[in-house]
Design a protein around this ligand. Sequence first.
Ligand SMILES: [Zn+2]
Length: 342
Amino acid sequence: MTIDEVLRQMPKTELHLHLEGAVDSLTFAELATKHGLELPPHSSASDLYEYDTLADFLKVYSLVSHAIRDRDDFQRVTYECLERCAHSGARYVELFFSPESHFEAGVEYGAMLDGVLQGMEDAETDLNLVSNLVPAINRELGGVRAVEFVQMVADDRRDRVIGVGLDFNEVGYPPEHFVEAFRLATQVGLCRTSHAGEVGPAANVRTGIELLGCQRVDHGYNIVDDPVLVEECVVSQIPFTVCPTTTTYTSSFRDLADPNHAIRQMASAGLKLTINSDDPPMFGIDLAMEYCTLYHIMGFTPEELREFALNGIDAAWVDDQTKSEWRAAWSDEIDKLLAQVT
Ligand SMILES: [Zn+2]
């Protein structure tokens, strides 16, 4: 087997994936037509995911969100997204979704949940892929709305809804605005993570951990500017969900081959990293391709990739018994796969 085939089959987790960023372009075009939405000019559906600037990307992202409107749409995009995860070797997925983006189109939270959770059930039955859901706070709507949002999540708590995230633009919306929302999340037993240190400073990583009580950090690249914090996080082994391809669009680390790329620095320092795909079809990738990128472009060894895959188990929000069963089974499976590389 080639290394690429082995990396695709290697059992792995996906812990940083946004539902609205995981819609196939053809599905997006079909849903837009179904709901009578006007699309930008394009000759084929894949043109819809071509953008030169972050502003253009966000415009398309918002259009995709508005095209997902009813229970069937949510079920379909969730199932298709999980199907691609399974095709990448994912065995466990924690999926972010952004309810606020759909409220703009008049969709009720309960209807979104009904569709997403049905898609997850179906994927578990058909593909043996376990998944949980993490509704994400849109930080650009501010701290007061964030508290209401967490209350809404707590009031309609279904089995697979296990935590909350904090995403969208860090600039102008630092984590300290969300202390109250995260305190409420802790009180009601929701797990917690936040996007930090992607475009914002290392201080946002510290605030996310210390003031918001986050159990994980999403991205976190700018932590490399604060060696003291790096050392603290090496000691605590708090996991970071890094997403190689999107660093080249959104962070200041645009060259994956650069030995000083943040992901390389974070790994060398001994931080606990998990590999994830963020918004895969919008950047023409999938989770397995991210592992291949780490191998071929960033120069990580198969042993390091094995470690990243297993780190995902430590970082997952599942019970300790499940973690130890997965660790034993996956380690075995990965070793057998790596022995077959030709
Ligand atoms: Zn993200």
